[in-house]
Write a protein of this length. Structure first.
Length: 234
């Protein structure tokens, strides 16, 4: 027989071998780290959105701090290489040129020149603005009718022509007629020309065509005592 002490030692060893192995504690769950908000990008996006709205509404340089020019410049102060802001700045003088052409075609020469000067204050080397301003400086009032100005004021699509200037084929009429032609193209309108003779009507049409190379100006030539051009919807 084994001694009592040896039996107890063997029993203790057997119990120890059968004891359950402790399970390792689970690893802590890693939660995704939320990125910090990019306040700079949010500010740029907000300014660009406001600038696009101002450009669409023709708030180009006024009112102060709420116009396309100031808003695009604010973006560039944060991000000098921002493509959208640089492109928007280039659009502002071109929009002024477009507004000037429309104003001149309606006989508002003073307003047309004002728009061009604003365009040149932003971009002094803007070729379309410089060319159009030089052309407007040559436009004389004989092209704005002397026969019935009240009638012209009431119809923005009616352009009266001084009969004496037309009879003499005065050069001062040419820029005026060409600007009317440009408006007809921009707005997709027909040019209905009335003149005392067919030859005068054709001369008016040819002067208008000079402003639109490669473009087919649609319209009609009619006989009428008072020379005029009426722009109509097709």
């Amino acid at each position: 027989m084994y001694p009592r002490s040896l039996l107890l030692l063997l029993l203790a060893s057997l119990v120890a071998c059968q004891a359950p192995v402790p399970k390792p504690s689970p690893e802590p769950v890693k939660r995704p780290v939320k990125p910090k908000p990019d306040f700079r990008a949010a500010q740029i996006n907000s300014l660009l959105s406001d600038a696009e709205k101002a450009l669409a509404a023709n708030r180009l340089t006024i009112p102060k701090h709420n116009n396309a020019l100031d808003l695009y410049r604010a973006v560039l102060a944060i991000d000098p290489n921002n493509v959208q802001a640089n492109s928007g700045l280039q659009m502002i003088p071109l929009r002024y040129v477009e507004m000037s052409r429309n104003a001149a075609a309606k006989g508002s020469l003073s307003k047309a020149k004002t728009w061009l000067r604003r365009a040149l204050s932003i971009d002094p080397d803007n070729a379309p603005a410089k060319t159009l301003l030089a052309k407007l400086q040559k436009v004389n009032v004989p092209a704005a009718a002397k026969t019935n100005p009240a009638q012209q004021d009431n119809d923005e699509n009616l352009y009266l022509i001084d009969p004496e200037a037309l009879k003499n084929k005065d050069e001062s009429l040419q820029p005026y007629l060409q600007l009317i032609a440009q408006r007809a193209k921009i707005d997709g309108l027909l040019a209905i020309i009335s003149a005392p003779t067919d030859a005068q009507g054709r001369w008016i049409y040819l002067q208008m065509k000079k402003a639109l190379p490669g473009y087919r100006l649609r319209g009609d030539i009619r006989r009428g005592r008072n020379p005029q051009i009426k722009l109509e919807t097709p």
